[in-house]
Design a protein around this ligand. Structure first.
Ligand code: NAP
Length: 317
């Protein structure tokens, strides 16, 4: 249960962006609560290894999130583990409705709800989820020791997770729809020099095949020749990016054509006092360090915003 009904700032979402916003908001002496429905950390918590967060040449995603959380809690950030059902913009304050019906109010809101893995929508995908189809190598890689698996995608996540799986599985097919990977050059070099990874380029998966024990293989189509080939595998990791979680974004907030929230340089949305940070927000790239930077920016901007509102409303400091 929340400690009170009215705050300076409510942060919705506890990934790197939300937790960093919490750190900076508390350091700015803002009365702050962070609401998170699951385990703090968001997508990063299920990332096997993070190698590009400054100061940590290699750290597990879960471990990094734990550090963010402990850091935020060291400033006595109130963290509420419950679900937000709706965000309700107002004039003097905004509100969030929690799943138990309780309303929390604040002068400013920071939305940090991240994104979810994209699905392919192919035959056999939904039917075999949890029976060999996975969207998270860290969560499920363990089940494929010495087996053959396939990774679909060509971004950083697909490359990173193919490398992770190559340490567990006997063989990893890395299937990408173009002839060049989108992911970073350093990961590409690691992938190309890993003998357990076989790259299948210019290829899309038409169907995930299964038998009574789960996934048994893939039907893969060459995008240039149209030729079909079957690849045997017992697991398939679909890592083709993700979509921003915009369910809680109020209707009046402007979004990009691809559904990301548009903000100004302070991470403020088109509704004054409502900020959006991290993977939810339209920006050049999604990186942990950029999510953290967004959290910092929004919290600093919130401090000015909240002070201005309190002055206008003559709320005692
Ligand atoms: P991403 O960069 O958007 O890559 C998605 C990949 O999936 C692309 O290669 C795309 O192909 C492919 N794809 C999309 N839809 C597809 C479909 N329907 N069928 C087949 N392939 C499809 O997503 P991500 O790899 O999850 O990364 C998201 C963000 O997080 C990126 O900014 C990334 O840099 C960042 N990230 C960073 C790290 C790290 O720094 N350690 C780790 C993970 C992620 P095309 O290339 O042809 O579009």
């Amino acid at each position: 249960m929340a400690e009170k009904e009215m705050y300076d700032v409510i942060i919705v979402g506890g990934g790197p962006a939300g937790l960093t916003a919490g750190i900076y908001a508390k350091r700015a002496a803002l009365d702050t609560v962070l609401v998170e429905k699951g385990v703090p950390g968001g997508q990063v918590a299920v990332t096997p290894a993070v190698e590009n967060y400054p100061g940590f040449p290699e750290i597990g995603g879960f471990e990094l999130c734990e550090k963010f959380l402990q850091h935020a809690k060291s400033y006595d950030l109130e963290v509420l583990q419950t679900e937000v059902e709706a965000v309700e913009p107002g004039n003097d304050h905004h509100a969030v409705r929690l799943s138990d019906g309780v309303h929390l109010k604040a002068h400013a809101l920071i939305l940090a709800t991240g994104g979810l893995p994209r699905i392919l929508n192919i035959h056999g995908e939904r039917e075999n989820f949890g029976k060999g189809v996975s969207y998270c190598a860290t969560c499920d890689g363990f089940f494929f020791r010495d087996k053959t698996v396939a990774v679909i995608g060509g971004g950083d996540t697909a490359l990173e997770d193919a490398l992770y799986l190559s340490k567990i599985a006997k063989k990893v097919y890395l299937i990408h729809r173009r002839d060049a990977f989108r992911g970073s050059k350093i990961l590409q070099e690691q992938v190309f020099s890993e003998p357990r990874i076989e790259c299948v380029l210019n290829a899309v998966v038409d169907e995930i095949k299964a038998d009574e024990s789960g996934v048994s293989g893939l039907s893969v189509r060459d995008t240039q020749t149209g030729r079909l080939q079957d690849l045997d595998c017992e697991g398939v990791f679909i890592l083709v990016g993700f979509s921003p979680n915009i369910d809680l974004v109020p209707a009046g907030v402007q979004k990009s054509p691809t559904g990301y929230v548009l903000t100004d340089e302070k991470c403020e949305t088109s509704i004054p006092g409502i900020f959006a940070v991290g993977d939810l927000r339209q920006k050049y790239a999604n990186q942990i360090v950029l999510a953290a930077a967004d959290g910092c920016t929004a919290a600093l901007a919130c401090a000015h915003y909240v002070e201005a509102v309190k002055t206008r409303l003559k709320v005692p400091a």
